[in-house]
Design a protein around this ligand. Structure first.
Ligand code: ATP
Length: 239
């Protein structure tokens, strides 16, 4: 309260052709917070992330980054301005090495010392260091997700956007991944996460939004959302 959000949407509406996929979406992310957007398959989570990253142009509404209106800015420009998207399905380049993949993330906003920044990522993710010279395609799903996150972090974004990081991973791996995200937030990162794994996301989030059929049907602290029946309704499609 009182602190301006680092990222916010105001009345965001997105769609494909005539069909609205997001309507009147207002959300806010404050510096140092981990915010989760939850919702079932098809709720519009990926569309929201793509809109925030400049990959999908909203029909209406605004996006504010560090208080400035960045609506309509393209993906490259937004990357330079401080947004890094870790896309659904990770999208690592399987034929490139782990290090080459990490360095690609600096395309948007190269840190002053790229080599030191790569080292920092390898310190954070020792498993990536062990496999630094290996082809990314040989990594496990959990390791590829780690790699995708390291690629996003290397540009030292103001907000890391994470689309469905748990997709296709075993529960124990998701737990480990989420603990890593929690540590990352504790180290000062600002994270906006969308995921279908509501319990897991709420266990680490500060605030959460529930998206159902393109609308935010509930918002609050993670603790409040956890005890809110709207969440069940959203997942049952009865919201
Ligand atoms: P998922 O968990 O499956 O990724 P989601 O919550 O991320 O779901 P979106 O992928 O944003 O949801 O999709 C929201 C709605 O928009 C769905 O009904 C989907 O069919 C529709 N949609 C998504 N992409 C397109 C597209 N390129 N053209 C038309 N409709 C689309």
């Amino acid at each position: 309260p009182g602190i301006a959000p680092v990222l916010a949407t105001r009345g965001l509406r997105c769609g494909y052709g005539a069909a609205d996929v997001l309507r009147e979406v207002d959300l806010e992310v404050r510096r140092g917070e981990l915010v989760a957007v939850l919702g079932p398959n098809g709720a519009g989570k990926t569309t929201l992330m793509r809109a925030l990253a400049g990959l999908h142009r909203p029909v209406e509404g605004g996006i504010l980054l560090n208080g400035a209106d960045v609506s309509g800015h393209g993906a490259n420009r937004l990357a330079r301005q401080g947004l890094a998207l870790v896309p659904e399905g990770r999208q690592v380049f399987g034929d490139l090495s782990v290090i080459q993949n990490i360095r690609l993330g600096a395309y948007g906003r190269p840190p002053e010392d790229l080599d030191a920044a790569v080292e920092e990522m390898l310190d954070r993710y020792p498993r990536l260091r062990e496999r630094a010279e290996q082809r990314a395609g040989l990594l496990s799903g959990g390791e590829q997700q780690m790699l995708a996150i390291a690629r996003g972090l290397i540009s030292r974004p103001d907000v890391l956007l994470l689309d469905e990081p748990s997709l296709g991973l075993a529960p124990a791996i998701i737990r480990e991944l989420y603990d890593g995200l929690s540590d990352l937030r504790d180290a000062g990162a600002t994270i906006l996460l969308v995921d279908q794994m509501a319990d897991m996301a709420l266990s680490i989030a500060d605030h959460a939004y529930v998206l159902a059929d393109g609308r935010i049907v509930s918002a609050g602290t993670a603790a409040a959302i956890r005890s809110d029946r709207t969440l069940d309704e959203a997942y049952l499609g009865a919201a």
